[in-house]
Design a protein around this ligand. Structure first.
Ligand code: SAH
Length: 252
């Protein structure tokens, strides 16, 4: 039996050109590729490769299945959108290892990084993450809203640029507006806000607005939101093009 391996692979935010060569190699070497339907749908299997799409949203179950197959001697790739370590599968794998059979701690487990959504979004508008920033997921599936609200307030007070993942879903369409309200209590209404929907995909839609106006726009689960710090500015262009948004590298 060959030694099993589990590689958690980041596929980037969408386009093939944003998948790293190392991720491509890890996929090519896998005998089994596991992942959520929408991610594995982006892949073309090689001959003899098994693709196991799952509609299952419970990430821990998918991690457990991947670890079980790796422990049986398979070469498993577990795919994730963006970077697998950012609000995604890599942490689920280590959670499963921590509470799983002791033998899993001897497995060859690797993580292949990917371009995370906030970097894709930032690159489209300029350099909004040019100075200190933080990332917060607005999903309250795995943590209480009270903790999210507290982190938002403290991040605003600390004057970080804030990248918001999972800003809304069908089950919680209005949380992003509650988040904007918390940030507005601390930060100026003129603060630049970027709404990057489907960054890098054919239906990409990038909106540059302000904290005062952000709530008037449609924001869904395919959107990454960046709220500027007090230093973030929008540079108007001469040719009528959308402004560049950037955060200078210095702070007072
Ligand atoms: N591991 C992923 C994030 C998973 S959380 C990564 O590193 O990007 C899912 C959230 O990521 C979505 O709700 C959305 O906020 C963001 N996201 C993922 N892909 C995106 C894309 N192409 N454009 C904009 N936001 C995206």
């Amino acid at each position: 039996m060959t030694a099993g391996r589990l590689t958690v692979v980041g596929l980037g935010p969408g386009p093939a050109c944003w998948v790293t060569p190392a991720a491509t190699t890890a996929l090519a070497e896998a005998s089994h590729i596991l992942g959520y339907d929408a991610y594995v749908a982006r892949l073309t299997p090689a001959p003899g490769q098994a693709i196991l799409a799952s509609g299952n949203r419970v990430e821990l179950d998918r991690a457990t299945e991947a670890l079980t197959r790796a422990s049986e001697g398979r070469r498993v790739a577990l795919v994730s959108g963006g970077d697998p370590g950012v609000f995604a599968m890599a942490a689920a794998v280590f959670e499963a290892i921590e509470s799983g059979p002791p033998g899993w701690r001897a497995l060859d487990v690797r993580v292949e990084p990917g371009v995370t959504a906030m970097l894709a979004a930032a690159s489209r508008v300029g350099a909004p993450l040019g100075h200190d920033f933080c990332a917060i997921s607005l999903s309250d599936v795995l943590k209480p809203w009270e903790l999210i609200a507290r982190r938002l307030k403290l991040a605003a007070e600390a004057d970080f640029v804030i990248a918001l993942y999972n800003p809304a879903s069908k089950a919680r369409p209005d949380q992003i507006n509650r988040a904007f309200a918390i940030l507005r209590a601390v930060r100026d209404a003129a603060t630049p806000v970027i709404l990057a929907r489907a960054a890098g995909r054919p239906d990409e839609d990038i909106t540059i607005t302000t904290l005062g106006e952000a709530h008037t726009h449609a924001i869904d689960m395919r959107t990454l939101v960046i709220v500027g710090s007090s230093a973030t500015r929008a540079l108007t262009r001469q040719n009528g093009a959308a402004p560049w948004v950037y955060t200078p590298r210095f702070a007072k």
